[in-house]
Design a protein around this ligand. Structure first.
Ligand SMILES: NC(=O)c1ccc[n+]([C@@H]2O[C@H](COP(=O)([O-])OP(=O)(O)OC[C@H]3O[C@@H](n4cnc5c(N)ncnc54)[C@H](OP(=O)(O)O)[C@@H]3O)[C@@H](O)[C@H]2O)c1
Length: 277
């Protein structure tokens, strides 16, 4: 989760020219049939697994990420219901362009998963202003301004899902800035759920425990250290393993679909028991 921001421009990436799906995806069936979803940070890990899942459930899925090549690969892998827009969730102009593309699709927005985010290790005493600013811009600012920019597009009754973390509530050594940024995200969900309830828009936080993604391994300085870190994290989980991105996607689908229609302002913890046992 340590990749750095390199792009402030967006370009639309689809499996063909234009902003729409490349080939006719066929009739939409499934729990999100006919709906439009935005998954930010969907070229890898949890976001990619969730975008796959949403598309399989019949949604048109707009996916974002900063790296064009990875975005093109994600769109190709997800298939004809995917629409890619390159953009940095920490950049206001990029966010606006993502929303403009969704506006051009013409169907509004039924599901927003503000997933783009990440962090880096740094104990108190060694935290730079740049680490603080980068982490908060991406996780807090990116979430805030993505949801805010989406407001005119969000359909009444839409589902907004924010990516939280167990680090928001547990004291994870060397993860203070990241944990604080995710605590801010948790707080936003409560406020926004109250503010958007009149439009029946639900806002919930999805809280993964340690999940086996490229971003988790990237927290370590080299592959050997990454293996040690992942093993250490798995050992700390009561179920004695890391989560799989598909297991988080299952929970995201629950929050996105009508099955969670009476759930708002809440958090869904998918952590193998880490925060409770
Ligand atoms: N994995 C875990 O154990 C875990 C646990 C708790 C919470 N989470 C949270 O879950 C979310 C996804 O994590 P992950 O582990 O799946 O991460 P990941 O494997 O690093 O994937 C992150 C995705 O987000 C994109 N991204 C990152 N920063 C972005 C930005 N500023 N703007 C747009 N896209 C951006 C990345 O693509 P580009 O680099 O090309 O932009 C990539 O597609 C994050 O919010 C993370 O904090 C993860």
């Amino acid at each position: 989760m340590t990749s750095t921001s390199t792009s402030t421009s967006t370009s639309t990436s689809t499996s063909a020219a234009g902003t729409g799906p490349a080939t006719d995806p066929g009739p939409a069936t499934g729990r999100l049939a006919g709906r439009t979803a935005l998954v930010t940070g969907a070229t890898s890990g949890i976001g990619l697994a969730t975008a796959h899942r949403f598309a399989r459930e019949g949604a048109t899925v707009v996916v974002t990420g900063r790296r064009q090549q990875q975005l093109d690969a994600a769109v190709a892998a997800i298939g004809p219901r995917a629409v890619g827009v390159r953009g940095d969730a920490g950049d206001l102009a990029d966010i606006e362009r993502v929303m403009a593309t969704i506006g051009e699709l013409g169907g509004g927005l039924d599901v927003l998963f503000a997933n783009a985010g990440g962090g880096e290790f740094g104990a108190l005493g060694e935290i730079s202003w740049d680490t603080y600013r980068t982490t908060f811009d991406r996780n807090v600012g990116g979430t805030l301004f993505t949801v805010q920019a989406a407001l005119p597009l969000l359909a009444d009754g839409a589902s907004v899902i924010l990516a939280g973390s167990t680090a928001a509530t547990r004291g994870s050594a060397s993860f203070g800035v990241y944990g604080a940024s995710k605590a801010a995200v948790r707080s936003f969900a409560r406020t926004w759920a109250a503010e958007l309830a009149p439009r029946r828009i639900r806002v919930n936080v999805l809280v993964p425990g340690p999940v086996d993604t490229p971003g988790l391994g990237d927290l370590a300085p080299d592959p050997a250290a990454a293996r040690r870190l992942l093993q250490q994290l798995a050992d700390g989980v009561p179920l004695k393993r890391l989560g799989h991105p598909d297991e988080i996607a299952d929970a995201a689908l629950f929050l996105a679909a009508d099955s969670s229609r009476y759930v708002t302002g809440s958090e869904l913890v998918v952590d193998g028991g880490t925060t409770q046992l």
